[in-house]
Design a protein around this ligand. Structure first.
Ligand SMILES: Nc1ncnc2c1ncn2[C@@H]1O[C@H](COP(=O)(O)OP(=O)(O)OP(=O)(O)O)[C@@H](O)[C@H]1O
Ligand SMILES: [Mg+2]
Length: 510
């Protein structure tokens, strides 16, 4: 095996943490190398060092055997290193091709040479076997397509090493398969891929080797063929992980929540939720499965009051709350929003302040018209302890916490006022397996305590493991309804992709 990157003794300190602790790692040319580890283990930091976004405090990087200094992404690209970030860096109103050649060197006098770029790009696209319209605006693309544009952008810049930080966290199952097929083709063309994921099935499926990180250290690198899920989980967490929650059968309780014939108009003026009705009872987890972008987000936004209803009724414990304002509704349910950066957190606020976002007008945190910080800190410390949030202090900006730890803060906050109804949208996206296990257990505990949970997820394992009833949303409508025991992944897939549709939704309202 020919080495392409070698890291020696990479160490990176942040205030209060050693994010990378003496990490040495060799990556071979043409391999797909997965990196796994708990939230905060230091994976993204290590990648940002290779990509020139952070400077290591100690250690050396070798590319093709030569020691290099990567002081910026520009230099990284000149060494053939490219990175696809978790949050895409594309400009929505620009076309695909504009986004790709933007800032790149291929220029023809003063005007960009589109013709030449188009040829190059079409060659790349054909070699990878997918389709994309180069003249479509990026804002009209699905998440999976936008990701392909990011990859194209790197290849156009002649990247030989592609770093993908949790690329599948935002993808639907079918899109994951498409991405993997592209990655396999790239690897067969001799490109090297570094792939970060929390989903061990994916890692086992796609990678040649896996490196495990824990608390900043590189614990081990193993051949994928010679390991399994349980061994990886154990190396990551340092203890046994069960990977499945136990859920006892429960009797149906009183109805907690109901929506009737909900219609929502989307941002582009079209109906995106069309006549959705369902209820949830005490002691129940209702799962809504669906490929992203089929109206689930707008349905939740309408329920919590962020989007207006065009038509329909929302009832909480038999009380009509359709016309109540967000602040009022906030008292009825906890809400874990799918996009924690947009809705769940204010990144420049401290961890402690984020622990009371939206809750600060509750009496318990105020002294007259002021916020009582001693109470806020006490509350934040309780959340940090209960949910084992890894942070050096509750006073630092939450931006500096790893993704999983940010999510734990949202969860802790939303459950801190013991709501009877919890709306959990993609609650474990980006969480490591230990944290996922923790959240799953938490949702099941809430259910066992007689609370109602609405779980919206694109992760079918999660839906099937947790839900008592399952609805499938497609193109703004509920197209299938099932009790947990009567359906499997494959069958759900048919409904999620619009191949099948039920005429009578017997499990939606019970
Ligand atoms: N810019 C920063 N400033 C301060 N601390 C940081 C910064 N970036 C990361 N950290 C800290 O460094 C540690 C490693 O974080 P990193 O983001 O590399 O973890 P990760 O393995 O990618 O986690 P996740 O799976 O949650 O994405 C964490 O404790 C994190 O809080
Ligand atoms: Mg990360």
């Amino acid at each position: 095996m020919e080495e392409i990157i070698r890291l020696e003794g990479i160490t990176k300190y942040f205030p209060g943490v050693v994010a990378n602790d003496n990490v040495s790692l060799t990556i071979y040319k043409g391999e797909i190398h997965a990196i796994v580890g708990e939230n905060g283990a230091g994976k993204s930091t290590l990648m940002k060092i290779i990509y020139g976004l952070y400077k290591p405090d100690k250690g050396e990087i070798y590319i093709n055997g030569k020691k290099v200094n990567i002081n910026s992404p520009k230099i990284a690209i000149s060494y053939g290193i490219g990175m696809v970030h978790q949050h895409f860096m594309l400009i929505p109103p620009f076309t695909v091709i504009e986004n790709i050649i933007l800032g790149s060197e291929v220029k023809n006098g003063i005007s960009l040479n589109f013709k030449k770029a188009e040829e190059t790009l079409n060659d790349i696209i054909n070699s990878l076997g997918f389709k994309i319209d180069l003249y479509e605006k990026v804002e009209n693309l699905s998440v999976g397509e936008a990701q392909r544009v990011e990859i194209l952008k790197l290849l156009y810049r002649r990247a030989e090493i592609l770093i993908l930080d949790e690329p599948t966290a935002v993808l639907a199952p079918q899109e994951v398969e498409e991405l993997f097929s592209i990655l396999r083709k790239l690897s067969s063309q001799g490109k090297t891929i570094i792939f970060i994921s929390h989903k061990l099935n994916e890692v086992l499926n796609i990678s040649d080797r896996v490196s495990v990180m824990r608390r900043g250290k590189l614990v081990n690198t193993v051949n994928t063929k010679e390991t399994n899920k349980f061994e990886l989980a154990q190396m990551m967490v340092g203890r046994e992980v069960f990977l499945k929650v136990d859920k006892a059968k429960r009797e149906k309780g009183e109805e907690i929540f109901r929506v009737e014939d909900i219609w929502v108009r989307g941002r582009k003026g079209l109906d995106v939720v069309k006549g959705v009705s369902f209820n949830i009872r005490e002691g129940e987890i209702l799962g809504i499965a669906g490929v992203e972008g089929n109206g689930q987000s707008e349905l939740i936004e309408a329920i919590v009051g962020l989007l207006p209803l065009k038509k329909g009724k929302i009832l909480f414990k038999n009380k009509d709350i359709t016309l109540e304002r967000i602040r009022q509704r906030r008292l009825y349910f906890g809400h874990i929003p799918e996009d924690r950066h947009k809705r769940g957190l204010i990144l420049d606020f401290s961890v402690a302040e984020n622990c009371i976002l939206g809750l600060h007008y509750f009496d318990r945190f105020s002294k007259g018209i002021f916020i009582d910080y001693s109470k806020v800190y006490k509350h934040a410390n309780e959340i940090v302890e209960k949910y084992q949030v890894k942070t050096p202090s509750i006073k630092i900006p939450i931006r500096n916490l790893s993704g999983g730890n940010q999510q734990k803060i949202v969860l802790g906050r939303e459950l801190s006022f013991s709501p009877d109804f919890l709306i959990a949208a993609q609650p474990t996206r980006g969480l490591d397996i230990g944290a996922t296990e923790f959240v799953h257990q938490l949702l099941v505990d809430l259910r066992n305590q007689g609370k109602a949970v609405l779980l919206v997820s694109a992760d079918l394992d999660e839906i099937l493991n947790l839900s008592d009833r399952i609805l499938v949303m497609y193109n703004g409508e509920i197209v299938g309804s099932f009790s947990q025991s009567e359906v499997d992944e494959k069958e759900l897939g048919y409904y999620m992709t619009g191949v099948k549709k039920q005429t009578e939704l017997k499990e939606a309202l019970i």
